[in-house]
Design a protein around this ligand. Sequence first.
Ligand SMILES: [Zn+2]
Length: 288
Amino acid sequence: MGRILFGLFVFCLVGTAVFMWVKIGFSLERAPTPSEVPADVVGSQPSQSTTQIPLTNTSSASFRVPILMYHYIRDYADRTDDPLGVQLSVAPDILSSQLDALVAEGYHTISLSELAEGKYGEKSVILTFDDGYTDAYKKALPILLDHKMTATFFVVGDFVGRKGYMTRDQITKLREAGMEIGGHTMSHVNLANQTRENAYTQISNSLVDTEYVFSYPSGQYKAETVDLVFGLGVRAAVTTNFGVATEQSSLFELPRIRVKNFTDVMQRINEEIAIADGALDPSQRSKD
Ligand SMILES: [Zn+2]
């Protein structure tokens, strides 16, 4: 009896080890195409995400990488008729001075893919622009090039070429200029209330012609969504949760710092780093 129990114990131990090895191998060696992903990995535990993959397994050293979130780059502060639009807009000259501040503090930009590969330094920062508006190409790109910086642009598939949104050609030019392109679903759906099939289609189709990085529209998702994103071979996904990426972060639920027209970018970065360090209580964070 004792031998049988011991045998069972060893069997379970080996099984768990093999499972963990397969799972971590998938996340860190990355780039399985959808067909390579075992069906049971995709959405196998809808109530609890299978993808709490730490950012890196190569080093236990702590790190802090701020990921800034922008939407529109336009002069819009006086548009009191559109308060939401104002919240989502940063004027071009203000973006330029925010990037000046980052440069002055010694920050350099990296892409989300580089973060996923562990290629970050002490003063790495990631700039992200959601939704693929025309001003990403017309306003943000020249300012980024001026500052010798790169950014990640999340494009909504079905909106490409629509009025106010970038054309395919402009997106290609962004990429040729060294920018990273990511998916943001096909029609900016709320992924928290989609069926699994819809979410799969929305996410996977939006990843065509991207670097397989992803942004959850309006920061809405559920555990099943994270599993889908993982299963589709996405390398990193960003949310709208507050914070900086640390060694504790999941690659598929990366926090960001929302930037508005009046945001003091360095103050917010230092605040979030202090919160990650445990030196500041989250309740002390500047009002968003
Ligand atoms: Zn969006």
